[in-house]
Design a binder for this molecule. Structure first.
Ligand SMILES: [Zn+2]
Ligand SMILES: [Zn+2]
Length: 260
């Protein structure tokens, strides 16, 4: 029997939450069949911390970017232009718009996101997009600064089928499905995951956040992605192995640098 192979397309392994046992967390991920973990930068310090992790753990693959929460502190982002050209960096992000918390003014969020879309195009890297309660402005930003020939993922997708369909049809993006799909009450998301095209879905944990059932309330970690995979399989009436295979193939189309 071949071992299941899975990619965690969105994690934050640089976080303090893993200070005490990061090696054990990464070992458990490997034992669970997770061959690559995209660990997303949120500012300069976390982007560089993920690069340092890659040096010690080859399954950790860094992205570099500025999270919308931190957009107000982004400045000229010269460091990001530098990291974007580092061969180890697999994507630009996470970047995007978060109108739920509004930790940065919305016009600044839009500007910092637009600049990262532009940079990603310049260096031909995929984009990791964060979108919370900002659906209309996300579509506007993509219309203005993104073309469907490129690659992007809207991570932690928790929208409706119609929003997912609109994103896939107009921009051909991937949708990151995480722990929220295991929540009993997430009926609109269940419907979306059932019906959206399987070749546009990727799996993620967004750990240490978004912990799947039955571990809700505790710290999330990459090995828990198996719970998300199993729930997606159940919703689509497929085996977990089939979902793992499909989403892993999707992840390597989304992030070409994962194939090394
Ligand atoms: Zn996010
Ligand atoms: Zn994230």
């Amino acid at each position: 029997m071949t071992q299941t192979v899975i990619v965690d397309t969105h994690a934050h392994l640089d976080g303090d939450e893993y200070e005490a046992d990061r090696d054990a967390v990464i070992d458990r991920a490997a034992a669970a069949g997770i061959v690559a973990i995209v660990s997303a930068g949120q500012d300069e310090a976390t982007s560089r911390a993920n690069l340092d992790l890659e040096a010690r753990h080859p399954s950790v693959r860094p992205s570099a970017g500025v999270h919308p929460h931190l957009a107000a502190k982004a400045g000229a982002m010269r460091w990001l232009a530098g990291l974007a050209r580092d061969p180890r960096v697999v994507a630009i992000g996470e970047c995007g718009l978060d109108y739920h918390y509004d930790f940065s003014p919305r016009d600044v969020q839009r500007d910092v996101f637009a600049r990262q879309l532009e940079l990603a195009a310049e260096v031909s890297l995929p984009v990791i997009i964060h979108c919370r309660e900002s659906e209309d402005d996300l579509i506007a930003a993509l219309r203005a600064g993104y073309s469907r020939e490129r690659r992007a993922v809207v991570h932690c997708f928790t929208g409706t089928y119609d929003f997912g369909r609109a994103l896939v049809d107009e921009f051909d993006v991937y949708l990151g499905i995480g722990g929220a799909v295991t929540f009993k009450k997430a009926e609109a998301l269940h419907d979306a995951v059932r019906r959206l095209p399987l070749d546009r879905l990727v799996l993620e944990t967004d750990c240490p956040y978004m912990t799947p059932t039955p571990h809700r309330g505790k710290r999330n970690e990459p090995s828990y992605i198996l719970l998300t995979c199993a729930r997606v399989a159940e919703l689509r009436d497929l085996t977990a192995e089939a979902v793992a295979q499909a989403t892993t193939a999707n992840a390597s189309r989304l992030f070409p640098k994962l194939r090394r």
